[in-house]
Design a protein around this ligand. Sequence first.
Ligand SMILES: [Zn+2]
Length: 97
Amino acid sequence: MPETAIKKKKAPMRMCVACQTMRPKRELVRIVAGRDGEISLDSTGKAAGRGAYLCRDTACLAKAVKEKRLERALKSRIPAETAILLDRLITEGNDSG
Ligand SMILES: [Zn+2]
């Protein structure tokens, strides 16, 4: 078997709801709305509920919140304090690499 026949496994792609860029799933953060409507950052990517993907970038979070893209994607209201909390979580996530 020639080595060129080995195909690279494709990473699953998802689209950021803010800038609409397709990226590998692991480069994005998943925001999830639980059954009780609680919004949280899904660090495992496996949390139950309606999810939306965002770049690991607070600029995209701000845009998604401001333009109500996140609310539309999650079909939930995003309180200001939740947006602040998500902003902090994304910032902290970036620090750890
Ligand atoms: Zn984005």
